[in-house]
Design a protein around this ligand. Structure first.
Ligand code: M6R
Length: 367
């Protein structure tokens, strides 16, 4: 049932071209120039008039939510806040009938997310669910929603559910932006045809990075710490990369927005500190170049995740992982794939049980 793969996690990483395609199927109709999502369409007015959108989630789904914030604010121009469900539920947040709450959950059973939804519902908010498991408790309690259709995710470390969540959030942001007039037709058409090509880009990145991530992993089997850095849309991708590594390899890893380095974490950098830095061409590239210079001046070991053909960051890096270029807004979907592979191979080489990491459960049904 692992389809010839050694672990479910690896199988699920490799399923991503298909799972993203399944998320898009029937929704993204490029030839007709439309995004079909009944859950959004049926409540379009309420969503577009929203005072704000609050995204609630935990773990990886919370990271997807952070990228959702960038997407929705950029394309739909609706204010978005992203909260850990566990914090939101205990702090009497300001939520009214004019609010939309988007709950993101792979399992649809996470206790904190469920409790946060119930609270927001009592305050009159409209609840939109993004779940993977069909007919799960969260899917049932929401007012409307979209399933990610990533298929069953068995590995405790979320991979294909994450990229499917990013795909749904992209669809929602583009659809809202189109209908509320913030996105020109031309820009909308350009973005949807790029989104349509993402499964292909993911297929390319799997092929081009599978061997190299395994090679790079060999150098870090005994690492004790890792930093992951990114800017803009790839700051949450850095958080997610770090979470993948810590949960399955038990190496301490932290994700940071690259510019925050000088406010503290730079003190950690010496020749023993591996730093994964996501630096796509589109998205604050020059700023990232200076961050890499700062790291190299302190002899940090740089693993650069850059676009194909990159020379500037690549020439300073100790290890280079290349991925195909896309608009910045879709780059976390593609860049996350080699980060999943890197975490996977480091964990396997350390002899860890990647599908069932210690202390973790696939769905966290208790708080
Ligand atoms: O099922 P959910 O998306 O609600 O789960 C949320 C987190 O428990 C989950 O993403 C967790 O962080 C994963 N182990 C991450 O790989």
């Amino acid at each position: 049932e692992k389809g010839g793969y050694e672990h479910f996690m690896l199988k699920e990483i490799f399923e991503q071209p298909k799972s993203i395609h399944d998320t898009l199927r029937g929704r993204l109709l490029v030839d007709e120039g439309i995004i079909k999502m009944a859950g959004i369409w049926d409540h379009l007015e309420r969503i577009n008039q929203a005072q704000k959108i609050t995204i609630i989630a935990c773990g990886t789904s919370w990271h997807a939510g952070l990228i959702g914030e960038y997407l929705i604010e950029e394309f739909a121009r609706i204010p978005v806040e992203v909260e850990y469900a566990s914090e939101f539920r205990y702090r009497n947040p300001i939520i009214t009938e004019k609010d939309i709450v988007i709950a993101i959950s792979q399992s649809g059973e996470t206790a904190d997310t469920m409790a946060a939804i119930k609270m927001a519902k009592e305050k009159g908010a409209f609840i939109y669910g993004i779940c993977n498991v069909v007919d799960s408790s969260i899917a049932r309690v929401t007012d409307a929603g979209s399933y990610t259709h990533a298929g069953p995710e068995i590995g405790v470390a979320s991979t294909k559910a994450f990229t499917a969540q990013l795909t749904i959030l992209s669809l929602i942001a583009l659809k809202l932006g189109k209908h509320n007039g913030n996105l020109s037709n031309q820009e909308f058409m350009r973005l949807i045809s790029e989104l349509d090509a993402i499964p292909k880009r993911v297929e390319e990145v799997l092929e081009s990075t599978h061997e190299i991530t395994k090679e790079i992993a060999k150098n870090f089997v005994n690492a004790q710490n890792f930093l992951y850095l990114g800017r803009g849309y790839n700051f949450p991708a850095a958080l997610e990369g770090a979470l993948k590594l810590k949960e399955i390899s038990y190496i301490h890893a932290e994700g940071y927005p690259a510019a925050e380095m000088k406010h503290g974490p730079i003190a950690l950098i010496d020749e023993n500190m591996p730093i994964v830095i996501i630096a796509p061409k589109q998205g604050h590239y020059d700023k990232i170049v200076s961050n890499v210079q700062e790291i190299k001046a302190r002899k940090g070991k740089v693993i650069a995740v850059v676009n194909k053909g990159d020379t500037q960051v690549a020439s300073m890096a100790d290890y280079v992982i290349e991925f195909p270029e896309t608009s910045e807004c879709f780059s976390p979907i593609v860049a996350s794939v080699p980060l999943q592979l890197l975490a996977y191979y480091i964990a396997v080489m350390r002899g860890a049980n990647v599908d069932q990491p210690r202390n973790l459960a696939k769905s966290v049904t208790v708080e």
